[in-house]
Design a binder for this molecule. Structure first.
Ligand SMILES: Nc1nc2c(c(=O)[nH]1)N[C@H]1C(S)=C(S)[C@@H](COP(=O)(O)OP(=O)(O)OC[C@H]3O[C@@H](n4cnc5c(=O)[nH]c(N)nc54)[C@H](O)[C@@H]3O)O[C@H]1N2
Ligand SMILES: Nc1nc2c(c(=O)[nH]1)N[C@H]1C(S)=C(S)[C@@H](COP(=O)(O)OP(=O)(O)OC[C@H]3O[C@@H](n4cnc5c(=O)[nH]c(N)nc54)[C@H](O)[C@@H]3O)O[C@H]1N2
Ligand SMILES: [Mo]
Length: 628
């Protein structure tokens, strides 16, 4: 039996008990872990199948004249060393593209490797950075109450977190709350987001949470004003009040929410009991995504919900942030390119990018304008992709290096939802022919005179932290330890800014007119069974399925079945499925299917940067549908 942890890009970051028996590898949630509580989600079993998949790469492959050939590791690494040596005089011509496909302290040493070289890296994010930047502007730190504290609330307002698919442990707590009679309200474009986990659904026009939060806040202020201690904890409350007073009925018109629903929410936020707000990542995947998050935070703050048990505004925290990683502050990339606009960034880079090293990420599938990203990579002199499968990105590489995956290597990992750090022990032997990212780079480093810290040393260092009180031995045995952060964030209303005050947003941008000819909003949401594109070929449908409200299909005179999803960038042949849970102005595509198997929706999604944090406004994309 081995204690390990899931290091996939998922908030729950489960602690896992692994057993190797006659039937193969058995995985279950660690029953002792206070958050995992003995169960895990379907993604873990998919991962287990991926480990033993016949599609898994087991030898380095070099593309020569368009044909793939298996080569030995020594030849592969000699070639990499020659290429890096060739470009090292101008190290910015080497681009490091790293994602969160597998997370951990040792995993992230690859960043140290490329920073030491002075290579180019990326900034911004495809995921959560608009909301993170918003929270840091507001609270001065990325913190929230312990997620288990939602069990102390008297009402839960879920601003678009997909409980059914995204976080099985939050979902279990919400089920418990509802059983105890605590009301749960969900604000989302479609009822598909919270089916089974809500008492009331407030249907909102996509990308407009800031208007609803402002409208509800106006009503809360009218009903009960701002408590003196809350007012004293904010900088420039009068300025913010003036901004709100300048708004009127247009707020509800813009978000498409009824006065009755807004008043209901105001009743909760203005009530005596604490109200907890869950902020989903969906609302910040828009042009004004950061602002959306800031106004929901402002609603929680001014209604007196912050700094108290049962209240709180939950966007992200980072228990990985507890690890002490000294090299993070002492090294930088030679320059960085904006992640969500990678193709254009490569095109305008000066000095030009010549070579790329891609690991733990699938840009030709998951980045907006994925086709252009694939082309930009294809146009470089030399591209190395480290992955375990022939992904859309691996297809455009010159050299593919087969890697060991999660559960096949030791590491420490954190969560972006709970305060535990976890031991992710090696629970399975990697197949012959594959190597860990760390081994690949340390071997390459030896050829280049560049050494990485020993993994054991890096793990020990990570725990020498002010906010952790544990040792590697303890973690190996127990599997987890909680940070020393208090269970209630910002108690006493002391915030992370130098003056200790909360910041309110200074502007509220109106909606933008949709482009003509593309009346529907394309929401590319998560898939319950898979994390992003980590899907086995045999689990992919012939055509990606797109959910559409039956009235929308009827209005267009289109039947459910084969059809076409069209944007200004191109089209995808899809299977249209009638789904009454979807907002009538939206279509829902569950992201992840591979371009080479007919998926790859990001080829038709334009790169749009969010207002804060260099995020990707994927859900801003408009589309139309055509019948077969
Ligand atoms: N249209 C649209 N696209 C989106 C989003 C959206 O809302 N809409 N949101 C996005 C979000 S939230 C995110 S987080 C990103 C995710 O984008 P990616 O990080 O690109 O997502 P994955 O598909 O998980 O790709 C990870 C890759 O790493 C590989 N991998 C796994 N473990 C290892 C390892 O140990 N070493 C190496 N070298 N490789 C490994 C996997 O096989 C996989 O190919 O993209 C997003 N893309
Ligand atoms: N099974 C599974 N779980 C995952 C992942 C996965 O790929 N698969 N990915 C993980 C990662 S990296 C991330 S970032 C998270 C993402 O987790 P979520 O943010 O929960 O997932 P999304 O599907 O991106 O978007 C969430 C919901 O936001 C709603 N939404 C869309 N637009 C708006 C809006 O304007 N306002 C409001 N209020 N709601 C809106 C949608 O209806 C959708 O159901 O999930 C993590 N967990
Ligand atoms: Mo994400």
């Amino acid at each position: 039996m081995t204690i390990t942890a899931c290091t996939l890009d998922c908030p729950d970051a489960c602690s896992i008990v692994a057993e190797n028996g006659p039937g193969g590898l058995r995985l279950r949630g660690n029953p002792d872990h206070p958050f995992t509580r003995g169960f895990a989600c379907p993604k873990l079993d998919v991962h287990r199948r991926r480990l033993a998949s016949p599609h898994r790469l087991r030898s380095p492959r070099l593309k020569m004249d368009g044909v793939w050939r298996d080569i030995g590791w020594d030849d592969a690494l000699d070639l990499c060393a020659r290429k890096i040596a060739q470009y090292r005089d101008e190290p910015r011509s080497i681009l490091h593209v790293r994602g969160a496909g597998n997370r951990g302290v040792v995993k992230f040493l690859s960043t140290l490797f490329f920073r030491t070289l002075g290579a180019s890296g990326l900034h911004g994010s495809l995921c959560d950075e608009a909301g993170i930047t918003a929270c840091v502007e507001d609270f001065g730190a990325l913190r929230h109450n312990d997620i288990t504290d939602i069990l102390h609330t008297s009402a839960l307002v879920n601003w678009g977190r997909d409980l059914k698919r995204g976080s099985v442990h939050t979902a279990a707590m919400v089920r418990q709350l509802r059983k105890a009679g605590v009301p749960v309200v969900t604000i989302a474009p479609g009822a598909d987001t919270a089916e089974g986990f809500t008492d009331r659904i407030v249907r909102i026009r996509p990308g407009t949470d800031r208007f609803l939060a402002a409208a509800v806040l106006r009503e809360v202020l009218r009903r009960k004003g701002v408590a003196p201690e809350v007012a004293a904890a904010c900088r420039d409350l009068p300025g913010f009040r003036a901004l709100l007073e300048g708004c009127g009925d247009e707020l509800l018109r813009w978000c498409g929410v009824s006065r009755e629903d807004a008043d209901f929410l105001a009743g909760l936020y203005a009530g005596a009991g604490p109200v907890a707000s869950l902020l989903g990542w969906g609302m910040q995947r828009y042009r004004f995504g950061g602002q959306n998050v800031r106004f929901v935070n402002a609603l929680a703050m001014l209604s007196g919900q912050v700094g108290r048990s049962g209240g709180g505004a939950y966007y992200n925290l980072s228990s990985m942030g507890n690890f002490d990683v000294p090299w993070k502050a002492s090294t930088t990339y030679g320059r960085t390119l904006l992640m969500p606009d990678l193709a254009r960034e490569i095109g305008r880079a000066d000095p030009p990018v010549r070579m790329a090293w891609v690991e733990c990420i699938n840009p030709a599938n998951q980045f907006p304008e994925a086709g252009a990203v694939a082309q930009a990579l294809d146009g470089l002199d030399f591209v190395v992709v480290c992955d375990a499968f022939m992904t859309d990105t691996a297809e455009v590489a010159d050299l593919v290096l087969p890697v060991a995956l999660m559960l096949e290597q030791d590491d420490l990992v954190g969560s972006f939802l709970h305060e535990y750090v976890q031991w992710s022990g090696k629970a399975a032997e990697p197949p012959a022919g594959v190597r860990t990212d760390y081994d690949i780079l340390s071997d390459l480093g030896r050829r280049l005179g560049l050494s990485l810290p020993d993994p054991e040393e890096a793990l020990g260092q990570a725990l020498r932290s002010r906010t952790l009180d544990t040792t590697l031995e303890e973690l190996r045995a127990a599997g987890y330890a909680r940070s020393t952060h208090p269970a209630v964030a910002f108690e006493g209303l002391r915030f992370g800014h130098a003056d200790g005050l909360y910041r309110l947003p200074a502007r509220l941008d109106p909606p933008q007119d949709p482009p003509a000819g593309y009346p529907l909003q394309l929401l590319t949401l998560i898939n319950r069974r898979f994390v992003h594109s980590q899907i086995l070929p045999e689990d992919q449908a012939a055509r990606p399925v797109v959910g559409v409200h039956p009235d929308t299909l009827r209005g267009l005179g289109i039947e459910a079945g084969p059809g076409r999803l069209v944007t200004e960038l191109g089209f995808l042949d899809v299977e249209l499925a009638a789904d009454a849970a979807v907002h009538p102005d939206c279509v829902v595509y569950r992201r992840g299917p591979w371009g080479k198997f007919g998926g790859g929706v990001n080829r038709i999604i334009r790169a749009v940067e969010t207002d804060m944090g260099g995020g990707s406004a994927f859900y801003e994309q408009r589309c139309r549908l055509e019948g077969a």
